[in-house]
Design a protein. Sequence first.
Lengths: 172, 462
Amino acid sequence: MSVERAGETVPETVVEEIRELPKRFQPGSRSAVMPALDLVQEELGYLTPAAMSQVAEALEIDPGYVEGVASFYSLFHLEPVGKHHFYVCNNLSCQLRGAEEILTHLKDAIGVGEYGEISQDGLFSCEPVECLGACEYAPVLRYHHRFHYDLTDAAVDKLIAAARGKRRDGKD
Amino acid sequence: MAKTELRGSHGPAPDHVLTRWIGIENLARIGVYEKQGGYRSWKKAMTELEPAELTNEVKISGLRGRGGAGFPTGIKWGFLPPPDGGPRFVVVNADESEPGTAKDRYLMENNPHQLVEGILIACRAVSAQQAWIYIRGEYDLQHLAVQAAIDEARAAGYIGEKPYGVDFPVDIQLFRGHGAYICGEETALLESLEGKRAQPRSRPPFPAVKGAWGRPTLLNNVETLSTLPWIIEKGGAEYAKFGTEKSHGTRLFTVSGDVRKPGNYEMELGRPFRDLIEGMAGGARPGRKIKAWWPGGSSAPVLTGDLLDTPSDLEALAAAGSMGGSGGVIVADDTRCVVRMAYRLMQFYARESCGKCTPCRVGGNWAVRTYERVLSGHGTADDLALFDRVQSGLAAGRCLCGLGDAAGWVIQWTMARFREEYEEHCLRNECSVEGGGRAQPLPSTAASGDLPPPEGRKLAHA
Ligand SMILES: Cc1cc2nc3c(=O)[nH]c(=O)nc-3n(C[C@H](O)[C@H](O)[C@H](O)COP(=O)(O)O)c2cc1C
Ligand code: FES
């Protein structure tokens, strides 16, 4: 597999940012852990053990605690994901409007057999998620920090093509 | 990208309290919001009324929490102990994760200043100088919209050291959630805000006394707080004119699923659901009949299609055998298998259990496995009894929070109200609704590895 290996650690500039986070919260609290993990995941794509140790050190708490928090929340990835990761809602309101078919189509289109698997080219992965809170636009997915509504197979294909740099207008 | 089509109530109407200004171009910008009359209530709250009067106005309004439990808002405000000089917090529940519920998102992206103004009013009423908005991590654009509104309000001096020259420094900050339904439960939310795994706390002490970072904390839902500017502007008595004797005001319902016009619709409490589902949301698809509907998110017991005339107030819903819950109305028509829908919801509760209470952690998975066995054509009469036992192990308040109850109710009430579909599956391994008499394959998300081996029974679809 030609998955691009993300770096194992975050650069010192990010560590600096993490050190500043606790100032936003009540003194002595651990509230900075999740915002810190956010910075790491934005940088690396997922949370490596080495980066979680960096967070622990920067916030002066134990790494086990950091991983304990990271592993509780589904938006944190402890394993690598594709460069383009799709969160596809398949809770009831979306399922009633075809989410299951969208998921099947998406898996085929990016060429993976399982949720969470990364495509051969390292570009894509997807996972089913619970209600995204946009049920009036079902079926819905979240992709690169934004929602896509009223999904159809064609709309999914368009997102994938754009990500592959095959946009007809030649951009990207 | 094309502008997203607004799906829901907007514009002036006699019973549009929350949505009266939605649809006005650039309402998210402070100048436009002010032009409608925005932030006048905040000014009134700071310059004309005492904090106790604010609470009193909300008590008179009869407003009840829109997050799920329906607790009277003014009374909750009164639970905070008198200020002792230490920090106090208002925490805004913007975690909105109840299946079928999108109305807080609608309010935040379309009218973020209304929420900010409501938060400020609540801060003043309970003498809290710091508010935290706990917003689910998937709401990226809504996060930006609310942050922009806060920044504008700060630049205008509404948030800051001395709003309107009054010595009441106040601030609002956002905290991003990370994908866990349980964070909507108020004490789990507080744990998460404190940087922990989100597992509910046992109560008492209640958050009003010991909430965020051990300090007195008021927790309210986005919709609850968004109602406050209207109440302070027009008076609690005016708000109380809407609704029924015990359920005052209006509510923003999300209608989704098998309807022609899904959306977020504001309606006076007490009006029948038929007005909402068949009127505003356009009713069932052509040629279809509504068979089942969840009136208050997936955690509210399912109701049958013949009950659409049920009034929308909390009391009428309780009398009909359900509850108001989150206001998320999920509609399913006569092409849908109830057992399959219950299975989907059960997967949700099993996955989202935080694991702290054993009945919920273990019971949910038992239920999922049972559904998978039955739906894949291996049901037996024993499974009917098993569903019952699993259900009673989950519900009845055996867990610290409502998640376990809700999981149990999914089984209990789908089975009580659609018994024949369960019997068909369990006794005959058939589905006359979706499968044309045959059990259908499980969806791709099934944990089918856990399925027991066939018990010498013929697969219905084999
Ligand atoms: C499992 C569970 C999930 C909940 N999810 C939410 C939610 O997403 N948003 C919300 O406002 N309230 C949610 N609640 C209700 C909150 O615990 C709390 O009652 C509410 O936020 C209080 O605000 P209100 O009085 O303004 O309604 C949930 C409760 C439970 C038990
Ligand atoms: S069920 Fe998909 S957004 Fe709510």
